[in-house]
Design a protein around this ligand. Structure first.
Ligand SMILES: Nc1ncnc2c1ncn2[C@@H]1O[C@H](COP(=O)(O)OP(=O)(O)OP(=O)(O)O)[C@@H](O)[C@H]1O
Length: 293
């Protein structure tokens, strides 16, 4: 698979008044064209720093990033971002249609912009809402507008930073399914940061698990679930349950245990690795007990 995004040996140290702070450390991974990769990590581990470097908003102190083969220096043209807070990312004084057209104002003429925005709104099921203002829509609908705006731009990479964290559970499920549909139909390459372990497994072709600060890649897990997923049956499946357990355990791995990131390709391998680790821990506990008696 062609790599759309390549992150190589990425490190960043913030220089603050009270000293240096190492936020990310030697991050290396790729996202293939048409792939959806979820990033999970403990709070404060450096996820936003990673996104800011990919978006070209901060220059990393080490390593590099390429987007379809071009090194990222500054904000790339062909990248779109959907943030958690839809209410702050949409312009309340513009209609939905105009909000979606807005990023296209320099690259396309008026009629092409209109057509592109209408197509994106149809894709997210809002073809009848173009004339409304964002404040006339529910939270979930507003986030659909933000997604439509990003898609209308036809980005090489769509970055989503906690995109569904501000909506209720039912809407979250609907938006997750919408994202999967859009990704399937448009072959969009997507990088999603989420705090929700279940969401990372439900959405991802892969899940990247980061360590606590400074962030390093603890594991790069391939999600072997059917392409067409279902909020009930997929989440109940053995493969889903095994993988979410794996991600949850990895999030508790001590940073000192981080070595070469693990690539785990299937459920059986995951189970075998954990059985091995549990057995080792049991043997160690027995040895310690014998030593103290
Ligand atoms: N501009 C800055 N100057 C100094 N330190 C910073 C700066 N921005 C972030 N940090 C520190 O870098 C670390 C990583 O922060 P970052 O915001 O990237 O984490 P995060 O994983 O996105 O957090 P959260 O999960 O809470 O959203 C934190 O310890 C934070 O305090």
């Amino acid at each position: 698979m062609t790599a759309m995004l390549e992150v190589a040996g990425l490190g960043h140290t913030y220089q603050a008044k009270d000293g240096a702070h190492r936020a990310i450390d030697g991050l290396t991974f790729t996202v293939g064209a048409g792939e959806l990769v979820c990033v999970v990590g403990p709070s404060g581990c450096g996820k936003s720093t990673l996104l800011r470097t990919i978006c070209g908003l901060i220059k990393p102190t080490e390593g590099g990033i390429s987007l379809h083969g071009n090194e990222v220096h500054g904000v790339p043209d062909d990248l779109a971002v959907v943030f958690q807070d839809y209410s702050r990312s949409l312009f309340p004084w513009l209609t939905v249609q105009r909000n979606v057209e807005f990023p296209l104002r320099r690259s396309l003429g008026r009629s092409a912009r209109r057509a592109r925005a209408a197509e994106a709104l149809a894709l997210v099921g809002l073809d009848k809402a173009g004339g409304k203002h964002p404040w006339q829509l529910s939270g979930g609908m507003q986030q659909r507008v933000a997604i439509a705006r990003a898609l209308a731009y036809r980005p090489a990479l769509l970055i989503m930073d906690e995109p569904f964290a501000s909506v209720d559970a039912q809407t979250r499920f609907e938006l997750e399914d919408l994202l999967l549909k859009v990704k399937r139909e448009n072959n969009t390459t997507v990088l999603v940061v989420t705090h929700d372990i279940d969401e990372s497994v439900y959405l991802g072709d892969r899940v990247l698990v980061l360590s606590s600060s400074p962030a390093a890649v603890v594991a790069d897990l391939r999600v072997d679930l059917p392409v067409h997923r279902n909020q009930i049956t997929t989440r109940e499946s053995d493969a889903f349950v095994a993988l979410r357990g794996e991600v949850a355990r990895l999030l508790h791995v001590d940073r000192t245990a981080v070595g070469t990131p693990r690539k785990v390709d299937n459920e059986a391998a995951v189970a075998a690795k954990w059985a091995e680790a549990e057995r080792a821990a049991l043997l160690e506990a027995q040895a310690q007990e014998r030593a103290t008696n």
